[in-house]
Write a protein that binds this ligand. Structure first.
Ligand SMILES: Cc1cc2nc3c(=O)[nH]c(=O)nc-3n(C[C@H](O)[C@H](O)[C@H](O)COP(=O)(O)OP(=O)(O)OC[C@H]3O[C@@H](n4cnc5c(N)ncnc54)[C@H](O)[C@@H]3O)c2cc1C
Length: 590
């Protein structure tokens, strides 16, 4: 029997990037906010101390900052005819657990999506005709425009202190920035990161080939910076331990280094850690949330009444909580009905590794950071003519040396022995003279890719696990093949003697890490028959429930998601503050 607690104005589920931003904004509105976080408290001084933060075995191999599968996992299969099996080790993606969420161990690459992304179906229809979109490709418009998003991108970038170079300032193109980006109202808050030799060579070569290289927008800081909340971060030292690690240096933007020092001091904010929300409670009409039920680590259950429920859990958890709570109509892929769980997408990520002459090239790859490096966007999204190509989409191409941890990053040239002294020699010979150029590419929605509750497997509390049904659609495989060959051309022109080219082929596998850029399941949009939330991220069915995270993306772009996730958090908070609180109920798109 759950113990009923005193009412709060707002309950926020999950305290990662989105939960922290929303909680802080709503506290500023004077609301009484409680955040319930499944994992433990984490802060830089105690949890990411420089003495042990770069411990590869502890954090990268044994995944100490991440969700343990014994606590919660998912089942996965490639298509609806298969039986899904549980993931017993998080390989393909790495969900966070604890204050800061996956934003603690993210890499920090911080993009804006392109203007065309937000009206994707309309864009492709206008440029290539409706027949260019395959029948099973369920891409759709977001119900808002890039211009609607711009002020909120700006807020997230200034909160995080993003280091970069504008390519388009109020419509004026800027030398050295991304020529394909949408217009931005002002420069990045900080100048670009310094570049090491690898990205410098990549940029010089790309420029000679006629491309327009620019610095990767980075939430690792190029200089000391104080954000609009008054929180100060330090300059990145290129230690190379960002991805899968907490930053010991206060240099990587996260909830810890940007929002929490302010939020935790607010008297109208309360955080309860090690508290996992089990479901959102609805009244007898099923159209109003009354609060949430959660469990703590001693197994005690609580009911937390609240006027407003905001789901800011990891995107898979947001979708699962809505399914478990009966908010929205589950998607039926055979009938094509329902929306909840529909349009689950991933990110096509490819790496081309070049092996250079060790006598001439020394890239010192261990000097790096998750979001340092140079990029080109010529093969991203619809920046190139897809007319003759037979696929849609593309990816951002980058040379980003994220570090060279000794256990996990030891590429060897094709044909090298895979064990013994021959392998050791190949590792030694190529450690300093290999260079990766990657392409993080779009993933377009397909009728057969979706999320639902598993009929067989349950978690430790007896609740059905989230089931992922996903495979790479033919469109995305063709796109991956094309962009990977373009990347390989550049690596060859840089002077590589040998190349390990890895276009994505075959079926999606849960085993190797690909990215934690899983999206969709509660798509946003203007039409309730194809979306779960409106453009303010408010549930169409239960208007006092909002959900923020990559679960609201209708499909994925050729960029990493968090810049857009952060901007959406600010936009949803703004809509709640300026409109919902004045007149609680469904928000009409202005
Ligand atoms: C290794 C790695 C590298 C990445 N690099 C990049 C990058 O370079 N660029 C980029 O754009 N993105 C990157 N990402 C993705 C980025 O981390 C996420 O987009 C971002 O963290 C999402 O923020 P969020 O607030 O939506 O969710 P999360 O960060 O996942 O936070 C959600 C929180 O909710 C909690 N929670 C979940 N369920 C419950 C529940 N039932 N009850 C209570 N609490 C719950 C979780 O414990 C978690 O703390 C990376 C991710 C990883 C793992």
């Amino acid at each position: 029997m759950a113990r009923k607690l005193p009412r709060k104005d707002v309950v926020v589920i999950g305290l990662g990037w989105t939960g922290s931003i929303i909680a802080n904004e709503l506290c500023d509105e004077g609301l009484d906010v409680v955040a319930l976080e499944r994992g433990p408290w984490r802060d830089t001084a105690t949890d990411f101390n420089i003495g042990y933060a770069p411990d590869e075995l502890r954090y990268n191999v044994r995944q100490e900052l991440m969700l343990r599968p014994a606590q919660e996992t998912v089942t996965a299969r490639n298509n609806a005819d298969q039986t899904a099996l549980p993931m017993r080790h998080f390989g393909s993606f790495h969900p966070g657990n604890g204050v800061g969420g996956a934003g603690v161990h993210w890499a920090g690459i911080t993009w804006r999506f392109s203007p065309a992304d937000f009206r994707l179906r309309s864009h492709y229809t206008e440029r290539y005709g409706a027949q260019s979109i395959p029948e099973d490709m369920t891409i759709q418009d977001w119900g808002l425009t890039y211009e609607d998003m711009e002020p909120y991108y700006d807020r997230f970038e200034y909160l995080a202190g993003v280091s970069g170079k504008a390519g388009n300032l109020n419509g004026q193109m800027q030398e050295g920035g991304n020529p394909f980006e949408g217009a931005r109202q002002r420069e990045y808050p900080n100048p670009p990161m310094m570049q090491t030799y690898g990205p410098t060579l990549f940029a010089e070569t790309a420029a000679k080939m006629g491309y327009k290289p620019f610095p990767i927008p980075s939430s690792l800081l190029s200089r000391t910076y104080t954000n609009p909340l008054g929180v100060t971060m330090g300059q990145c030292t290129f230690c190379g331990f960002c991805t899968n690690y907490g930053c010991a240096n206060y240099s990587k933007a996260s909830a810890q280094t940007t929002v929490l020092p302010v939020l935790m001091r607010k008297s109208n904010f309360e955080l309860r850690t090690l508290c996992e929300v089990l479901k959102v409670n609805l009244d007898s009409s099923g159209k109003k949330a009354t609060g949430v039920t959660y469990i703590d680590t001693s197994g005690n259950e609580y009911e937390q009444p609240a006027d407003l429920v905001i789901l800011c859990a990891f995107m898979l958890d947001n979708v699962r909580l809505m399914l478990l709570s009966g908010i929205g109509t589950p998607y039926d892929h055979r009938a094509g009905t329902g929306t909840l769980g529909r349009n689950f997408c991933y990110q096509m990520a490819n790496q081309v590794v070049g092996f250079f002459d060790p006598a001439k090239y020394n890239f010192n790859n261990f000097i790096g950071g998750g979001a340092t490096g140079m990029a080109i966007d010529e093969f991203n999204n619809d920046n190139f003519d897809h007319g003759p190509l037979g696929f849609l989409g593309g990816g951002s191409t980058r040379c980003a040396p994220i570090g060279a941890e000794p256990i996990s990053r030891r590429p060897t040239p094709p044909g090298s022995p895979t064990w013994g002294s021959g392998w050791k020699k190949a590792v030694r010979d190529s450690y300093l003279s290999n260079l990766s150029v990657g392409c993080e590419a779009s993933s377009y929605a397909n009728r057969g890719n979706f999320l639902d509750l598993d009929p067989t497997y349950t978690d430790r509390l007896g609740r059905p696990l989230m089931r992922i049904t996903f495979d790479f659609p033919e469109n995305d495989l063709k796109m991956s093949d094309y962009v990977t060959r373009k990347v390989a051309e550049i690596v060859r022109a840089m002077g590589a003697q040998q190349i390990d080219e890895n276009p994505r082929t075959g079926h999606w596998s849960v085993v190797p890490y690909q990215s934690t850029h899983v999206v969709g399941g509660t798509a946003m949009g203007m039409d309730p028959s194809t979306s779960v939330v409106n453009p303010y991220l408010q549930s169409w069915d239960v208007p006092n429930v909002f959900t923020v995270g990559a679960n609201v993306f209708p499909q994925n772009s050729g960029y990493n998601p968090t810049g857009t996730v952060g901007a959406l958090a600010f936009r949803a908070a703004d809509a709640i503050r300026s409109r919902y609180l004045k007149s609680p109920g469904p928000l009409v798109h202005a």
